[in-house]
Design a protein around this ligand. Structure first.
Ligand code: ZN
Length: 277
């Protein structure tokens, strides 16, 4: 199946689906009967202005009641219980939290109740939706099909260069006995190298990652954060044929996606969701 959307032709790295008026991206590689996953677009919510319309982030200056309404819409559309969702604080670090039923609801409707200092969340508990929020940073979904464990990772450049994705694989191994060979990974929609230039100090952090991850372009450097995370997962032992990189740049698609790079700090957040049914 070939999808043509916004001028981008993709082959099965994602499909655009609609649930109760909310359009979302899904990866066919995570189409498993026991798994729910999605990456939201900005369409279908109640927020206005720069947050129009499905802003899911509390910390960006939008009205909290609108964010709550949007999160409820998302939960209802996908059919999970909002009050059980778990979110991390997302501090551009590398802490990965193992979460269980007693964490249900952490960060669901109050950002201050998020799992402290966590950028990665892993669980083997069913009906515990893990959510993370994005406006250009890289979402990494990890699914252990043998042990039935899942992870969601928030990887900006700081987390990427400090290998938060492979640390998450290691944490799953310690917590659940996950073998990297049993993992399916999806690197979701994020800012692409087309729209992501950095200055020399940031580029230097990626020294040794290869020319496909970071390269000079005039006075600036370009970084491909999705490729960097793919390489990090390969280094962790995830098989290349089990890693899908969603070929979709958030900054290139103002009609569908919020983008910090494109719009600055006054913009919304999309959500990545993963849950064992
Ligand atoms: Zn782009």
């Amino acid at each position: 199946m070939i999808w043509i959307f916004g001028g981008v032709v993709t082959r099965e790295t994602f499909v655009l689906k609609e649930y109760r008026g909310l359009k979302m991206l899904e990866s066919p590689s995570l189409d498993l009967p026991w798994l729910l996953h999605a990456f939201t677009t900005r369409l279908g919510g109640v927020s206005e202005g720069p947050f129009s319309s499905l802003n899911l982030g509390y910390t960006v200056g939008d009205l909290p009641e609108r964010v709550a309404a949007n999160r409820k819409r998302l939960a209802d559309a996908l059919g999970y219980d909002l009050k059980r969702t778990v979110s991390g604080q997302q501090v551009h670090g590398t802490n990965v939290a193992v979460v269980s039923l007693r964490d249900a609801g952490a960060g669901a409707l109050k950002p201050e109740s998020s799992i402290p200092a966590a950028d990665g969340l892993i669980t083997s508990a069913p009906r515990l939706p893990l959510t993370a929020f994005f406006a250009d940073c890289v979402p990494v979904y990890l699914v252990d099909t043998a042990k039935r464990a899942v992870a969601i990772v928030h990887a900006g450049w700081r987390g990427t260069v400090r290998r938060v994705a492979s640390r998450t694989v290691a944490r799953m191994s310690a917590a659940f006995g996950t073998r990297p060979a049993d993992c399916i990974a999806v690197i979701g929609p994020a800012v692409g190298p087309c729209c992501y230039t950095v200055d020399a100090p940031v580029a230097r952090e990626f020294q040794g990652w290869g020319r496909e991850v970071s390269w000079q372009d005039g006075n600036r450097w370009r970084v491909d954060l999705r490729e960097a995370n793919r390489r990090d997962l390969l280094a962790a032992g995830v098989f290349p044929e089990k890693i899908t990189v969603v070929d979709f740049c958030t900054a290139c698609h103002p009609e569908l996606m919020f983008s910090y790079r494109r719009d600055g700090s006054k913009t919304g957040r999309m959500a990545a969701v993963v849950m064992i049914r």
